[in-house]
Design a protein. Sequence first.
Length: 338
Amino acid sequence: MIPAKVISATAPAAALAGATSWQDAWEAWKAAFLTGEGRVVDALQEAASHSEGQGWGLVLAVAFDDAEAFARMFAWTERTLAVRQDALLAWRWRPGRGVTDFNNASDGDLFYAWALLRAARRFGVPAYADRARAVAGAIDAILVRESPQGGLLLRPAAERFSGPGAETINPSYYMPLALHALAAAFDLSRLARVADDGAAILARIAEAGLVPDWITVTPQGLRLPDTLSGLYGYDALRVPLYLIWSGRFGHPAVARARDLFASARTRGVPVRADLEGKATERSDAAGYRAVATLTRCTGRTVSRESLPPFTADQPYYPATLHLLALVAALETTDACVP
């Protein structure tokens, strides 16, 4: 029997199931990026598959009420990436080489558990709830760590990223809505705490400028990492999407991104920038425009604005962000016309 708390978890975008144009977008995404065996393909990364892509794909399958696609993706993920000694996923698999890095990626695990939680209720499959509980428990036990500054941090992975008195984190791995949903469903209060502590860290960063791809937390404060990207880039682009999806429209990091995206109506969307907001790379991919539009149209001073039509004629990453932005818009606001 599926626990009552799982059944009462935040509902997916049920309206998607009956909308022809949106269903066409989902079918186009599947045709472009999903194999028959359930593997989500990232062509620009040597046709690799990773836990992030599987987790995102599974969240979308629930939103589009596609139990068959969900079952295929779940089966491939369990068969191929669920190879660690704990309940977390190996983060990357490559054709002809298999799993090439057995370390996990915390965002992939988080979306995987959240997708399973939603699917347990949507499709009435108790086994999905059982697996969600196991993954959520592993996130809580392995990936949530005391911060050098107090509070809790979400580690990017079980291995690496930690040094003497310092923890390097990826701000885009924090998805407050997912963390709170798992916390409520499985009585894992630390997941709710780490969601709120993470949002507080993002707010502190945003006081000074844009949120970077990576940041290092030390007892003395926050600093840019020595080797990883300390600029706004393709990772940090997800931060406003996740905060908006979590209902935090007025978060300082969203406000910073809103300012950055103000020029994207007439020029390409900034996908790389310094922390002062000077764009160093722009893209016209529809998926990035969808994230920028969602960020703008949830501002108090902006009138309703339409998300761009979906196209599969873009790489896996912006295409997937495009559908995630659509689901986020439908679940949180009527200000962004899909």
